[in-house]
Design a protein around this ligand. Sequence first.
Ligand SMILES: [Zn+2]
Length: 255
Amino acid sequence: MCFATAAQASASDCPATPKVLIDATGGPTIGTMQYKNGGGLKHKEIALTFDDGPNPDVTPRILDILDKHCIKATFFLVGIYADARPDLVREIARRGHTIGTHTYTHPDNLRHLSLKAAKSQITRGFAAVRNALADAPYAERQALAPFFRFPGLNDSKPLIAWLGAQDIATLSCSFGADDWKPVSSNAIYARGLSAIQSEGRGILILHDTKSRTADMLSRFIVTLEKRGYSFVQLAPKSPNPTLADTSPNMRTSLP
Ligand SMILES: [Zn+2]
């Protein structure tokens, strides 16, 4: 995989994206679309999040656009795609973004699985990302945060409790931009802006599997900045030692 060196060079000149630190102890639920806790973002602060990757066609485009605008985001990766393209997982980490997970094969609703199968989906999702980062430098392995997002945002109380027992936070969002629907790039742009304007702050959910999202992203960022918004990066308050462990024991103990 060849990545543009120009984008890398400009990214190194960027001011740091301010971080919103999330204490994952006890597994808080975050994101005002579903929960009371908005994550602590201030007025006019936006956290960009991208689900369902890594995607060989779209993720590199999104990474270059984020570098161009000096923004760090959070990627909620799907295990099978991380297994297929560990180089993309490492590239997301190398460029300084936060990585959460989003199950192993993205079943649309974990409530429809047995508890055992749902837990396996979550565990294998984290394991895939951890394995992809196993040979990366320490700082890049730390990109894997104790953040989980339910596919379709279809959460369940027993799973939230189980995640909480492992100090993994459930990350929902404040709003979306309908980019998972078959709508135009312009519609995503307009719906995203409208949602943000009505809330004034929050966590935006997008998808780095959709070229229509990459098509509008640069213009979307410029418009938000013109309107006085700034971008923040969701990050864990402290690293999760279990998730950072890439020892052979951890790998073989997985289901
Ligand atoms: Zn998803």
